[in-house]
Design a protein around this ligand. Structure first.
Ligand code: PA5
Length: 443
């Protein structure tokens, strides 16, 4: 099955031979490990390195948690959160909780914010459920998940005792270092490793993403198969025209050079909303540095046509749009005829909703092009695990290529430290005494 089709015919870009060669060279750099950030290239061959044994170990731990708990709180932030959230939203029935019978445990997320109300409401709701947790942090010291885990751990221990807590908590962290690794060893939590050479935002296909997804009942083997197919399709040596990641990276960089500084990722399937969020982290953290980078924004359509649509159509002409188009819905719903036809919709009677959605997509594409917004289209056959796995790896590979084309290190994120220093100074963290005085004087 072809898991992804890329169409740049409406981008208005005729790629130069120079840009094509540069994209292939950037791809080769990812493979040779001779580019910037080369100690974080473990994701390049990650899909093909995952074997049945690893999948089975993850599925076994997930099955154990599923037996124990009907509510699994997955704790993490940034790259230790968004991948699992994105795939889970994509693969889930949004109305699952309205069904009386629940076949799989509910996986919810915590530690991705510091909202007192969020954690309180989660703790309250958890009282009605048998509780388990997956705690994910590579460094083990990130404030947001550490706070959430303290609370969830205490609740689990209070309810079930320490020994049983070790049956209900799984840690995903560094192989050897960090506070979470130390705690997991001390408490005897089953532990999965985040490889040293895979950064947070490229880690969805490690246990960071795979464990919570398996716990929620997602077919992680199919997800990985899709990513493996895309790894092959974007491998070194694949020609430019055959390599969708190279073509996408080259096209968006050519658009950037023409002054298109904002890329809006959109989809006509609301289930893909968190894929947008995952993508924003991937591209924002990878490219937004040294005063450069395309600003990654997102819309969910057609909802946002009734809000952002005006700006996209007629606002400042610094935008281009990338649409994830889904060829086939999973279900069939047709529009009925109505005797009175007061809403005037009888011309649609008998049509599938997806047909209307498709015409909206095509109509919007042309309207936006006419309004000066170039369009890139990524088509996936269905929202199913294999296609989503391919899509994730496609975006990762394109991001690595794109970062090199832009001339930045796509695998560091020095800018995310600034807020942490200020927050710790404001909270009087030991060691921040001088910074504390200085920042308080500025308030
Ligand atoms: O991409 C990144 O590196 C970040 O978003 C991290 O994933 C995030 O800050 C969480 O870090 P950690 O897993 O160390 O708690």
């Amino acid at each position: 099955m072809k898991t992804l089709k890329l169409d740049i015919s409406k981008s208005g870009i005729a790629l130069s031979d120079e840009m094509k060669a540069a994209a292939l060279e950037a791809n080769a750099l990812l493979h040779s490990g001779r580019g910037a950030g080369n100690d974080f290239l473990g994701w390049v061959h990650l899909p093909s390195s995952i074997d049945d044994k690893q999948i089975a170990a993850i599925e076994q731990a997930a099955a154990h948690l599923r037996e124990k708990a009907d509510l699994i709180v997955c704790i993490g932030i940034g790259g230790s959160y968004l991948g699992a959230k994105a795939v889970l939203e994509a693969m889930s029935d949004p109305f699952k909780l309205l069904h009386k019978r629940q076949d799989a445990p509910t996986v919810v997320f915590a530690g991705q914010n510091i909202s007192e109300d969020y954690i309180h409401e989660l703790m309250e709701a958890s009282k009605e459920h048998s509780l388990g947790a997956i705690v994910i942090s590579k460094s083990g010291t990130t404030t947001e998940p550490a706070i959430a885990f303290r609370l969830i751990k205490a609740e689990i221990e209070k309810r079930y005792g320490k020994a049983e807590a070790a049956q209900r908590i799984v840690a995903v962290t560094d192989r050897a270092r960090g506070a979470l690794k130390t705690l997991a060893t001390q408490e005897g939590y089953p532990t999965f490793v985040i490889p040293d050479d895979v950064g947070g935002r490229y880690s969805v296909l490690t246990p960071v993403g795979l464990l919570p997804l398996a716990a929620a009942g997602v077919d992680i083997a199919a997800l990985v198969h899709g990513a493996q197919a895309m790894e092959r399709a974007t491998a070194e040596g694949v020609s430019f025209d055959e390599n969708p990641a190279a073509v996408y990276a080259a096209t968006r960089n050519a658009l950037y050079k023409e002054g298109k500084k904002i890329e809006i990722l959109g989809s006509y399937e609301p289930k893909l909303q968190y894929v947008n969020e995952w993508w924003k982290q991937l591209y924002g953290e990878s490219e937004g540095k040294q005063g450069k980078g395309i600003f990654p924004a997102s819309v969910t359509l057609t909802a946002d046509l009734h809000s952002m649509g005006q700006y996209i159509q007629e606002g400042e002409r610094t935008l281009f749009e990338t649409i994830i188009s889904v060829a086939q819905p999973a279900h069939e719903v047709r529009i009925d005829a109505d005797d009175e036809n007061l809403d005037g919709l009888n011309f649609l009677a008998g049509k599938r909703i997806s047909e209307v959605n498709r015409m909206a997509e095509l109509g919007v594409q042309l309207a936006h092009i006419d309004g000066g917004v170039p369009n890139i289209r990524i088509e996936i056959p269905r929202i199913e695990a294999e296609a989503v796995g391919a899509l994730l790896y496609f975006f990762e590979k394109a991001c690595g290529i794109s970062g090199y084309l832009l001339g930045v290190n796509p695998f560091d994120q020095p800018g995310v430290e600034a807020y942490k220093k200020n927050m710790f100074a404001l909270l009087d963290k030991p060691g921040y005494e001088e910074a504390s005085k200085a920042i308080k004087a500025r308030l």
